[in-house]
Write a protein that binds this ligand. Structure first.
Ligand code: CP
Ligand code: NVA
Length: 309
């Protein structure tokens, strides 16, 4: 039976910890120059309706390192759902490739794709969720911190796809996760409710506030993302006004723990949600975070596409 990764909820905590171990091993092998062709002869299709640097490149490089191959299909190449139905495209792709990474606007589009393919589908970002990003972020914190349980993460900014996936990730791993956003920009209500329900078993704490300083106080990690995500560009001017006071700058960093770590999924709009000083400063682990897209996603690929899966 194939497995998909549409949401972090598709994996158990134990499976996520196993991904961390595998990613650690694959990362060490790479640094030592040892090959690890775990997906030799396999092909991954990347179907992207939105632009990407990190997700596209890290998955393509991952397949190269794993001895397989990746095919990037841009929006104008296949126009799934317009040139032909999602069902027909999905059934065709299943006859050739071993897995699909899809980045779509509508979350239901990735779900439809998963429903009609016989190969694993990995969500490479939708308007609702960005599970690969947050699994890689959790891996980065797993590497840098003694334990994830009880860690205090403050997400400053828009309650967007990254924030929604963080709610699921925090609930699963027992993290204290506080979202600080302007009124009207809260995370998805249904996601919050489901994450809260899961948090009861893991003792995670999930909160929403409209006060960035309150969220930053005592935070071990300050996380931010753009104020206007892909697809919201036309709201940019309004959002620039609404998000004033939700910038990760030196004053906010000063409120947090002394060893606070600053994260951003990227791309960043420097001078808006984060200042140059903080982004390039001593607390930033943003580039390690970007690098880990490669290592943890390799583990996801081996888990879902590997012969032992
Ligand atoms: N963080 C992230 O997913 O970056 P891209 O949009 O460049 O893939
Ligand atoms: N929230 C951002 C994340 C980009 C990786 C967006 O959807 O544009």
């Amino acid at each position: 039976m194939k497995r998909d990764l549409i949401s972090i909820r598709d994996f158990t905590r134990e499976e996520i910890e196993a991904l961390f171990s595998l990613a650690t091993d694959l990362k060490r092998r790479l640094k030592r120059g040892k090959s690890h062709p775990r997906l030799s002869g396999k092909t991954l299709a990347l179907i992207f309706e939105k632009p990407s640097l990190r997700t596209r490149v890290s998955f393509e490089v991952a397949m190269t390192h794993l001895g397989g191959h990746a095919i990037y299909l841009a929006p104008q190449d296949i126009r799934l759902g317009a040139r032909e139905t999602v069902e027909d495209g999905a059934r065709n792709l299943s006859r050739w490739v071993d897995g699909i990474v899809a980045r779509t606007f509508e979350h239901a589009q990735v779900e439809r794709l998963a429903q009609y393919t016989t190969v694993p589908v990995i969500n490479g970002l939708t308007d609702l969720l960005h599970p690969c990003q947050v699994l890689c972020d959790l891996f980065t914190l797993h590497e840098k911190r003694e334990k994830l349980k009880g860690l205090r993460v403050a997400f400053i900014g828009d309650g967007n796809n990254v924030c929604n996936s963080w709610l699921y990730g925090a609930a699963k791993m027992g993290i204290h996760f506080t979202v600080a956003c302007p009124k009207g920009y809260e995370p998805h209500r249904d996601v919050f409710t489901k994450a809260r329900a899961e948090s009861e078993a893991t003792y995670a704490v999930l909160e929403i506030t409209h006060d960035a300083a309150r969220a930053a106080r005592e935070a071990d990690v300050l996380y931010t993302d753009v104020w206007a995500s892909m697809g919201h560009e036309e709201q940019r001017a309004k959002r620039m006004r609404d998000f004033k006071g939700f910038q990760v700058n030196q004053s906010l960093v000063n409120l947090a723990q002394k060893d606070v770590q600053v994260m951003h999924c990227l791309p960043a709009h420097r001078g808006e949600e984060i200042t140059d000083e903080v982004m390039d400063g001593l607390h930033s682990i943003i580039l390690d975070q970007a690098e880990n897209r490669l290592h943890l996603q390799k583990a996801i690929l081996v888990k879902l596409l590997g012969d032992e899966s």
